[in-house]
Ligand binder design. Structure first.
Ligand code: UD1
Length: 372
């Protein structure tokens, strides 16, 4: 009988990372799996449209946890996932990335001695004020098999004393999705839909608590974006967390009255997002995934953070840290528009085949555990 595994996802970036793994496992046929959706993200624009575009089968289990404080959301996932795996115990479970769903399901499984597999392990920002850093540390600490996307991940795990036999450097599943979908995305003609000219606009996203939860910080950034958009039209795909803060603090009129250069959109589906990124002259973001996607596509990326858990995107890619100080961002924006920006080079194992390597390694690893 084939071993049966759980594949867990809960929030938008998880879906993009899980899709190639589902495809590779289905193709290899060596492992059975069920898909567990925690329900951390639930709006169609953050969830359903991703399943649809990425071709992920409907979840077999849906925990429907919704939003909440970190404690509430994590606890709900833990409680509900534990109940599922007590009823029907998988041979192993796979989590991706660094969101609350990743942490909660990894902990629930580890306590029941169900082997935990972490995809995108070892990334460290060394900044524990980021909720994701706590999630990464705890998830890796309870994982039995750790798939790494870039060399810093390998170094971090080795330094933390994780045994070499638990670690596999396989590359980046986010880039697998990008390579697989790029041609399909181009056919969607997203630039035409929004009346944009290739390389004549900037694309933006912003959702980190450090940038959007404080009203003063967000207002200064919004004023800056309105100013920058006078030089280059900006398309802002707005996360619900950011929109919530803009509404709460009465910033809507500021944006409305600023003319047409800063175009605020709903969260964009996956295919539109990668089209908008590929066509952009520059990207401004605080997203982890976009640092990687812009590096692959060689689009200049201003990363509005003070640190990154993805240092390869700076060493070899096109991302640069610009923090959230308006003067620093403005200067970097001008540099990027003048072409004074690193061109980037190919990053090892970001070749569209990470999920195939994961599927191969997983089936070998499960087999060796069965034989023990
Ligand atoms: C989460 C992840 C973050 C990831 C991001 C990608 C954690 C700690 N954070 O942040 O690492 O980069 O997802 O998007 O896991 N909301 C909706 N509809 C939804 C989901 C959320 O309106 O479908 C709103 C709710 O008001 C919610 C807020 O967004 O309270 C934040 O959602 P949450 O999942 O807690 O965190 P994100 O900021 O999305």
């Amino acid at each position: 009988m084939k071993p049966k595994m759980d594949l867990v996802a809960g929030a938008r970036p998880n879906f993009v990372k899980l899709a190639p793994v589902v495809r590779a496992l289905a193709k290899s046929g060596s492992v059975d799996f069920r898909i567990v959706h925690t329900g951390q993200h639930y709006d169609f624009s953050m969830d359903g449209v991703f399943f649809k575009e990425l071709g992920i089968p409907d979840p077999d289990i849906h925990l429907e946890v919704g939003s909440g404080t970190h404690g509430v959301q994590t606890a709900r996932i833990l409680e509900r996932y534990e109940a599922e795996i007590m009823k029907d115990r998988p041979a192993a479970m796979v989590v991706v990335g660094d969101v609350n769903s990743t942490l909660a399901c990894a902990v629930a499984a580890a306590k029941l001695r169900i082997p935990v597999v972490h995809i995108e392990a070892g990334l460290r920002s060394f900044d524990r004020s980021m909720p994701e850093e706590i999630n990464r540390l705890v998830t890796d600490a309870v994982s039995d098999l750790l798939f790494v996307s870039e060399k810093s991940g390998l170094e971090n795990l080795q330094r933390e004393g994780v045994a070499d036999e638990k670690i596999r450097f396989v590359g980046n599943v986010m880039i697998d999705s990008l390579i697989y979908h790029l041609d399909i995305a181009r056919r969607k003609k997203t630039l035409q839909k929004y009346d944009l000219q290739r390389k004549n606009y900037g694309f933006m996203t912003l959702h980190r608590p450090s940038n959007v939860d404080d009203e003063k910080t967000l207002k200064a950034l919004m004023e800056l974006f309105i100013e920058l958009a006078e030089d280059l039209p900006l398309v802002f795909a707005m996360h619900p967390r950011t929109l919530g803060m803009i509404k709460k603090s009465g910033m809507e009129p500021l944006i409305r009255d600023s003319g047409n250069h800063l175009k605020c959109l709903e969260p964009q589906p996956y295919l539109d997002t990668i089209s908008l990124v590929e066509g952009a002259a520059v990207v401004l973001t605080d997203s982890g995934g976009l640092q990687e996607e812009t590096s692959f596509l060689r689009v200049p990326c201003l990363t509005m953070r003070e640190n990154t858990e993805r240092p390869i995107t700076i060493e070899m890619g096109t991302s640069r840290l610009v923090g959230n100080n308006p003067d620093r961002i403005r200067k970097a924006f001008e540099d990027a528009l003048r072409g004074e920006w690193p061109k980037g080079s190919p990053i090892p194992l970001w070749d569209g085949k990470a999920a195939e390597r994961i599927a191969r390694e997983l089936s070998k690893w499960l087999k060796s555990r069965q034989d023990e």
